[in-house]
Design a protein around this ligand. Structure first.
Ligand code: NAG
Ligand code: NAG
Ligand code: NAG
Length: 460
């Protein structure tokens, strides 16, 4: 022992030199490695030649023929009413799951809650399909699930979140969580879920915080969402899910005879400011714009007393700002459309409903966040838009506003029918995912237990 320690003390200098050199060369290797990796990714992106990327400015493909819509066959679960109309304080009569909508249509609560009411309108539309042989509808309710293209889950998840997500101090959990757990239990025990693993199921979760718990288990299903802001791409993505509009809070501008010159405010924004996540952009833009006389910028949500002032503001403004808040989307865009106030969208990650049919650049202005944050860029850009161009966009807004209208009974090409149409287009995707999930089915447990393949580029 002693000898050794003597020996080592003798070679201390030598050893530390050695370890120093080893350390240095290790650091050098790590540095070189990361450098080469960086070069590699740079090299790869350089390899993508952007020069041939089309400039689509002047390309106007023919409009899609809406007459050729396929009809979607939907099976709707008879979920207990606590999952749907009871959340609207409807009381079931005897053993009936559903209100008789021929005599009484339960109302959705007003205020801000209504913006996420998509599940309600879709359910009403399906119920109506039983009595209504008006024809020309995009959806038919079938009562035999084997005949269905998709299985609809009539859970009003958004109003459930609105009403029951607050934690009762005396309880460990809340009704919002409980209902989600119940839903998972209910669904996973249904033969329809078990045969497909949920892949052909459609669930609306329009409020960004709705279905927060159950989404982690029900993700094989198709979701109807407002955006993907709070979802990991493995749970929700544009490949399998559908983006639906918010229901606008501001009333439609009927008989709008205003014009460029009769709308005195150039640019209008009303919204909450100090928000989390992307919210800082609003604040920055406020500082950039606050000295402009014809810009109206107020903070405060559009609820309660805010609605009349926002209505007046949007109907007397040429342009309405939509800046990403704590999520990329907001109902403000749809309020602007209903007011025929040309939307100026500053939200790089926004997803837009029905974009396969609608070219939003025809009636909106998109500005990259990095540009909008440059001094004077935004205001110069807006001021420079001619009366002729604005009027074109205003006319187009009046042409497309019906796409964003939720109503019962649904009407041709309104939001309800457009959503079904978007679902119809996903049916081949469902089929492909179903078939792919069966590749190794002979080796595995039944579908409900197996893991479904995700697109490889989405596995992170
Ligand atoms: C449901 O449809 C399938 C396929 O069309 C059929 O085989 C089955 O008998 C139907 N079930 C009922 C209860 O009608
Ligand atoms: C809009 O104009 C039509 C036709 O002139 C009229 O019948 C209708 O009452 C007007 N609606 C409103 C809300 O002003
Ligand atoms: C204003 O518009 C004209 C013509 O469209 C264009 O040439 C010019 O670059 C624009 N200026 C700004 C500041 O956007």
């Amino acid at each position: 022992m002693a000898e050794r320690s003597v020996g080592s003390s003798n070679s201390i200098g030598f050893l530390s030199w050695k370890s120093l050199i080893a350390l240095l060369s290790l650091a050098l290797t790590v540095f070189m490695l990361s450098w080469s990796l960086m070069l590699n990714t740079r090299g790869r992106s350089q390899f993508i030649d952007q020069n041939l990327y089309p400039h689509l400015k002047h390309y106007n493909p023919p409009l899609i023929d809406h007459e050729q819509d396929a009809t979607l066959k939907v099976f709707m679960y008879d979920l207990p009413s606590e999952f749907h109309f009871e959340l609207l304080y409807w009381k079931p009569d005897g053993s009936a799951h559903w209100p008789d909508i021929r005599s009484n249509v339960p109302e959705y609560p007003g205020g801000l809650n209504v913006q996420h009411s998509v599940a309600y309108w879709l359910t009403l539309d399906l119920l109506a399909s039983d009595f209504n042989n008006a024809g020309g509808q995009n959806v038919v309710r079938v009562h035999n699930s084997s005949e269905a293209d998709v299985i609809f889950v009539p859970f009003f998840s958004s109003i459930c979140f609105n009403r029951f997500s607050r934690l009762n101090p005396h309880q460990e959990t809340n009704k919002n969580k409980e209902l989600q757990q119940k839903l998972v239990k209910y669904l996973t025990s249904q033969p329809e879920w078990q045969r497909s693993g949920g892949i052909d199921h459609v669930i609306a979760a329009h409020h960004p915080n709705s279905l927060l718990d159950a989404r982690m288990q029900l993700w094989p299903a198709m979701f109807i969402l407002s955006d993907f802001g709070r979802y990991p791409p493995t749970i929700a993505n544009i490949n399998k899910d559908v983006i639906a509009p918010y229901k606008h809070i501001i009333k439609s501008y009927v008989n709008d005879s205003s014009g460029f010159d009769s709308r005195p405010i150039l640019l209008f924004f009303q919204g909450a400011i100090y928000r989390k996540d992307g919210g800082f952009v609003r604040q920055e833009i406020f500082y950039i714009l606050k000295k402009e006389k014809d810009v109206h910028f107020t903070f405060g949500s559009v609820q309660k007393q805010g609605v009349p002032s926002a209505t007046k503001g949007m109907q007397t403004s040429k342009f309405c700002l939509n800046i990403a808040g704590d999520t990329p989307s907001s109902n403000r865009l749809f309020d602007a459309i209903a007011s025929h106030c040309v939307p100026v969208i500053i939200s790089d990650d926004i997803e837009l409903p029905f974009e396969d049919v609608l070219d939003y650049s025809e009636f909106c202005i998109f500005i990259r966040t990095s540009d909008a944050l440059k001094d004077k860029f935004l205001i110069n850009f807006i001021r420079n838009i001619s009366k002729a161009e604005w009027t074109q966009k205003w006319e187009k807004l009046k042409e497309v506003e019906h796409f964003f209208e939720y109503q019962y009974p649904s009407k041709k090409n309104d939001a309800v029918q457009m959503i079904w149409r978007s679902v119809v287009k996903k049916v081949p995707v469902i089929k492909r995912r179903l078939h792919a999930s069966r590749r190794f089915s002979r080796f595995e447990k039944p579908a409900s237990k197996s893991v479904f393949p995700l697109p490889r580029n989405l596995i992170s």
